[in-house]
Design a protein around this ligand. Structure first.
Ligand SMILES: Cc1cc2nc3c(=O)[nH]c(=O)nc-3n(C[C@H](O)[C@H](O)[C@H](O)COP(=O)(O)OP(=O)(O)OC[C@H]3O[C@@H](n4cnc5c(N)ncnc54)[C@H](O)[C@@H]3O)c2cc1C
Length: 408
């Protein structure tokens, strides 16, 4: 097990500087344009693919970094550049992780390359779990997957919503109900291959922030996928369902919820995105405060402004520390006995909302306009307290973990 460290090693520093360069030179200058266009920034994704930032190899390298700092460091730098564009670059990873976590080696080898495409023809992927009536309450999911044994095909029906890259993805990973009696234990994940009849994009959402990231409904109308598209395979699913039925019969014995463990491990990455946005806004505010003069002196010479900056920097650093701790715990298999993953996401996301609002205040009228980036950063920051579990759900998970109550 790697010791917890707050110091990046030389190799990590090199990667961080390289990512920072891309964020500063390619992402940040394009941010305002793609925010206004509210479209997927394909040329920027292609650029990221060319230099090796948009690839499974790159994320796998960071993911398996035993210090746990690879992913949070990468997320912080890219989202420092711009949250909407960065989400367009890393959104495919959400679907890829779904396949890596549950798929067979063959499924990983077949589908993940198709999620990314190649540098001349980049593709994206979507992970579709949320539904109009199943957001925080995942167990109330209704999209059904029924097995057609004669054809060895699964038939998917339902409507997914809020899917990042939904409808424009080459590969969709769809979570569906295979046994409605079992609640969230009766769910399974499916690959929907490119061009599958019956899958279509519904409404594309016009959003408050992260507008360069495409978010849409995905409609499944008798979408048929081969049996081989069930992630993990039928045998494993049947075994899992049989175990869940046994437990339900014997009075629902409390078991460690594997999905919750996965969330604890993935939430620090979202926390790191929030740290990136918060740090970006803090830096703009600091720079402004030392250069903007009123009453014959820089506004930072007023304690009211200086103390705000002190609080902003303290919060950003505290958020990063929580994120790094949780990420180190995830990589090293430490049990999340106080829901430390949720803690890091909760604190970092609330910090991003607060710090970006403080940045607007420090920039005064300029902060309120689109001439300066903090207005966009504040709109972007609002997503972090909503997706991958709202702040209320993080508090619920932390409180239930602390009190030993079950988390469904
Ligand atoms: C831009 C964007 C991108 C997204 N990308 C994806 C994606 O790629 N794939 C995907 O599957 N999903 C995605 N989501 C969905 C996201 O995860 C959900 O929006 C989120 O889980 C919340 O669900 P909901 O919107 O239905 O809110 P609801 O669950 O309806 O919650 C509404 C409010 O009620 C509160 N609330 C609910 N239950 C409780 C409770 N028990 N106690 C206290 N408060 C409660 C919530 O905290 C919230 O404030 C995305 C969402 C957005 C906005």
């Amino acid at each position: 097990m790697a010791e917890f460290t707050m110091e990046l090693n030389d190799e990590q520093k090199e990667v961080r500087d390289w990512l920072h360069g891309f964020a500063a030179d390619v992402i940040r200058p394009a941010a305002a344009e793609w925010d206004e266009r509210e479209e997927t920034p394909w040329p920027v994704i292609q650029e990221a693919a060319k230099v090796g930032i948009y690839s499974l190899d790159f994320y796998a390298q960071q993911y398996f970094d035993p210090t746990g700092l690879g992913i949070p460091m990468a997320m912080e730098e890219l989202f420092w550049g711009d949250a909407g564009i960065a989400l367009s670059i890393v959104g495919t990873g959400l679907a890829a992780v779904g396949v890596l976590a549950n798929g067979t080696e063959e499924q990983i080898g077949t589908w993940i390359p198709q999620m990314y495409g190649d540098t001349n023809d980049v593709k994206v992927a979507a992970f579709c779990s949320s539904e109009p009536d199943a957001g925080s309450d995942v167990a109330s999911m209704r999209t059904r997957a029924v097995y057609d044994e004669a054809k060895d095909e699964w038939v998917l029906n339902g409507t997914k919503t809020w899917a990042t890259n939904g409808g424009i993805a080459n590969v969709h990973v769809v979570v569906a109900v295979v046994d409605p009696e079992l609640g969230s234990k009766g769910h399974a994940s499916f690959i929907v291959p490119p061009g599958t009849p019956g899958l279509s994009q519904g409404q594309k959402f016009k959003k408050h922030g992260i507008r360069a990231s495409h978010t849409a409904e995905v409609v499944l109308d008798n979408a048929r996928v081969p049996g081989s598209c069930l992630l993990g395979g039928k045998e494993k699913l049947d075994e899992r369902l049989a175990r869940a039925r046994e437990r339900a019969k014997s009075g629902g014995e409390r078991v460690k919820n594997a999905a919750m463990a996965t969330f604890e491990a993935s939430r620090p990455a979202v926390g790191a995105m929030a740290v990136g946005t918060a740090r970006a806004a803090y830096e703009v505010a600091l720079d402004y405060a030392v250069t903007r003069e009123q009453f014959g002196r820089p506004i930072i010479d007023n304690q009211g402004v200086a103390f705000q900056l002190a609080d902003m920097r303290t919060a950003v650093d505290a958020a990063r520390l929580l994120v790094w701790r949780a990420s180190w715990m995830a990589v090293n298999g430490k049990p999340f006995t106080a829901a430390e993953g949720s803690m890091s996401k909760l604190f970092a996301s609330e910090t991003a909302k607060k710090v970006t609002a403080q940045a607007i205040q420090i920039l005064g009228g300029n902060g309120y306009t689109r001439e300066y980036p903090v207005e966009r950063m504040h709109r972007d920051a609002a997503i972090y307290t909503i997706f991958e579990g709202t702040s209320e759900i993080q508090r619920l998970v932390i409180a239930r973990t602390l009190s030993g109550k079950p988390i469904r």
